[in-house]
Write a protein that binds this ligand. Structure first.
Ligand code: ADP
Ligand code: ZN
Length: 675
């Protein structure tokens, strides 16, 4: 009998597959099997990717694998192998570490069959709504495909995208298949889950980071064994080996939080598209503000575009009014209002309160002030661990938003010992304090990362707003996404300029998305005789393109305009990017490594004409030059051809032995964060 060899992805920082001899008694082994293998002096878990009869060409002794894990039949993982391989290769991550993410957190034996409290509530079932003509058209156009096809569902806020998804899942389930619904972690709120629960009852399963290991293990098995048919989850749910997949939906596809920023730096949306391709099923990307990547793909015809241009039930999009804070400040002063409370916003808040409607104030900055500064010498307090100014919070705390360092705030300047440190700028906490003074009878709730530590806090906050126990909601981007509050009529963007000038080519795209998403919370439902929603956008830059375009509520115009700029400079989505980050506690070493890496890049460019198109930018200090005491440098590679760029980066990364210990080198393919 011929010997069999298994190509195994071992759970260790090893780039490729390792070959092991299959013992005679395990000769029924198949790709997808999980095995225990010797690795050095240890035993390690491994995933079998292929079985061959050809012995590998090596002078080393080939070891035998030890055993097959009986808990997971090979059929579970076999359909996922190609996708895992793609992730590992595309994102330059050890394949065994990628493969390991497909497993549930606990072993099945520990599976708890009776839950104390189900994370999915029981609900009276709800019949589907009759789709309106726009929804109907989109639904049919999407449902027409049963094989792989990417659809972009571009529907304004409140246009009924979710209802279209529900109908699509209905059809998939009726055909005996399963579905996967992906959302950014923060949007996985009970509002959304309850809607699915009311429609599909006990057929749904959940996977996200706030569930316990037991809950995740149980949902994992229920999906894998076909006991549940719709998996709702954050990007990590992609790794669950759902059998018989008939549809993937990625909601809020523009969200940059779909990109994982550590370890395997994958983009949930892109990985979902690859999975749909592997499973040969359709995928729907939904958004009121699509990413430029998806927009361009739909222009090129790679994605099919479907539009919902109206809100459901003839509800109008909110009216947007722009306030120039430079001009409104004088009047605010006369009225005894803080500079950021224009007369217009004040009046609207007041009348909303009198009419018993809810309002939301949005400011994308936590704390009491952005920083503290000494007016005598200009000194500002910085974090000792990070290249970041400290933010003043209540109870006289100075906090670093990157490493959570804090110290108590002493007003005497520690630099010149003369001046008194003064708060500069505003944050959600100072807005809350002032609002409580201005509207003493109003019930105020603040939702930001200081107040909301976990999912339960967020769920409680949402419930309070739903029950109208809150008149004025104040928050950061935590309140900007996906929430649906019928009585919310007014949205005030307190200082829309935050984020306009970040040194990132996506700053404009993100700012407009955030403005439109937050605005989209206003006036989503309207009973007869009720006013339409109102948005008051306050800014110091009323003439900026971002404000002008956002105010027209016409995302498409902005998209086309800003895409032109991207094209001129070959930025994504036209050009492709891979960034290298070099990080170390040792400043000299990190700087030297960055220089050496860039030399390697330039040398490689000289070696082949095909690399002429590759631009090597850097090395430079990262915009945030230090985080948690690690110095940060970066090199950005840019090119028009994605596969040439990828091949180039792969060669650069091939041999990492030259990198000094204590220095970390991270590659980030299609980086979303360049700070
Ligand atoms: P989106 O996901 O685009 O923001 P939703 O799907 O949340 O919009 O729809 C907004 C509101 O309209 C929801 O409360 C939803 O229940 C309701 N709705 C959606 N489609 C219909 C329909 N065809 N008929 C009646 N109500 C609908
Ligand atoms: Zn810090």
């Amino acid at each position: 009998m011929k010997s069999l060899y298994a190509q195994v992805a071992v759970v260790a920082p090893i780039k490729g597959l390792l070959t092991y001899l299959v013992p005679q008694e395990l000769s029924t082994i198949k790709p997808g099997a999980i095995v225990s293998v010797p690795l050095g002096k240890r035993k390690s878990r491994g995933f079998v990717f292929a079985i061959t009869e050809t012995p590998p060409a090596t002078e080393f002794e080939i070891k035998s694998l030890d055993s097959i894990d009986a808990e997971y039949p090979a059929e579970i993982f076999a359909p996922k192998l190609k996708w895992i391989q793609w992730l590992a290769e595309y994102y330059f991550h050890p394949i065994g570490m990628v493969a390991d993410s497909v497993l549930p957190p606990l072993s099945k034996l520990q599976k708890n069959t009776t839950r104390k409290r189900s994370p999915i509530p029981d609900f009276p079932p709800e019949a589907p709504f009759q789709l309106n003509p726009e929804q109907h058209e989109a639904y049919h156009a999407i449902a027409a495909d049963s094989g792989f096809q990417t659809h972009l569902l571009y529907g304004v806020t409140g246009s009924g995208k979710t209802e279209v998804y529900l109908h699509l899942f209905d059809k998939v389930l009726a055909a005996g298949k399963t579905g996967l619904f992906l959302l950014p972690e923060i949007s996985l709120t009970p509002q959304l889950v309850n809607r699915f629960a009311r429609r599909f009852g006990s057929r749904i399963a959940l996977l996200h980071s706030q569930l316990t290991d037991r809950e995740r293990t149980q949902f994992w098995w229920e999906m894998v064994q076909g006991e549940k048919q719709i998996l709702i989850g954050a990007r990590s749910a992609l790794f669950c080996p759902v059998p018989n997949l008939g549809l993937i939906v990625v909601d809020e596809e523009h969200e940059s939080s779909f990109k994982q920023e550590e370890k395997l730096k994958y983009h949930g949306r892109d990985a979902a598209i690859m999975l749909a391709k592997e499973m040969n099923c359709p995928i729907v990307l939904g958004s009121a503000t699509p990413s430029f990547e998806s927009w361009l793909n739909s222009e090129k015809g790679k994605f099919k575009l479907h539009r919902l241009v109206k809100r459901v039930g003839d509800v109008q999009l909110p009216e947007m009014r722009i306030v120039d804070l430079k001009k409104s400040a004088t009047r605010s002063k006369e009225l005894g209002l803080p500079f950021w409370m224009s007369e217009a916003l004040h009046t609207e808040l007041q009348s909303n309160l009198e009419n018993n409607f809810q309002s939301a104030l949005f400011l994308n900055r936590r704390g009491m002030s952005q920083s503290v500064i000494c007016p005598a010498c200009g000194y500002t307090k910085e974090c000792p661990n990070c290249d970041i100014k400290l933010t003043l919070h209540a109870h006289n705390h100075l906090v670093c938003h990157y490493c959570d360092y804090h110290e108590s705030y002493k007003s005497k300047c520690s630099d010149c010992h003369e001046g008194t440190l003064e708060p500069l700028g505003i944050g959600t906490e100072s807005v809350e304090t002032e609002i409580k003074k201005l509207f003493p009878t109003a019930r105020v709730l603040r939702v930001d990362r200081d107040e909301i530590q976990n999912r339960i806090d967020l769920e409680n906050a949402i419930e309070q707003v739903e029950k109208h126990q809150v008149d004025i909601l104040i928050g950061t981007q935590m309140i900007a996404k996906g929430l649906d509050f019928p009585n919310l009529k007014l949205v005030g963007l307190v200082l829309a300029d935050v984020g306009f000038n970040l040194p990132d080519f996506r700053a404009g795209e993100r700012a407009v998305q955030l403005i439109l998403q937050m605005s989209g919370r206003a006036g989503r439902h309207r009973k007869e005789n009720e006013p339409n929603g109102v948005v008051i956008l306050q800014t110091f830059n009323p003439d900026s393109e971002i404000v002008q375009m956002a105010s027209q509520s016409d995302y498409e115009i902005f998209c086309k305009y800003d895409l032109k700029n991207r094209e001129i400079f070959s930025y994504p989505p036209y050009g492709k990017m891979i960034s290298f980050r070099i990080q170390s506690r040792d400043l000299d070493k990190s700087q030297q490594t960055a220089r050496m890496l860039s030399e390697r890049c330039f040398n490689l460019k000289d070696k082949s004409e095909s690399f002429d198109q590759i631009q090597v930018l850097g090395p430079t200090e990262s915009p945030i030059a230090k985080i948690r005491n690690e110095f940060r440098f970066q090199i950005i590679l840019k090119a028009n051809n994605a596969s040439v760029l990828h091949r180039f980066a792969k060669i650069v990364l091939q041999n990492e032995k030259w990198i000094p210990t204590m220095v970390k080198l991270y590659a980030d393919v299609d980086p979303m964060n360049l700070l």
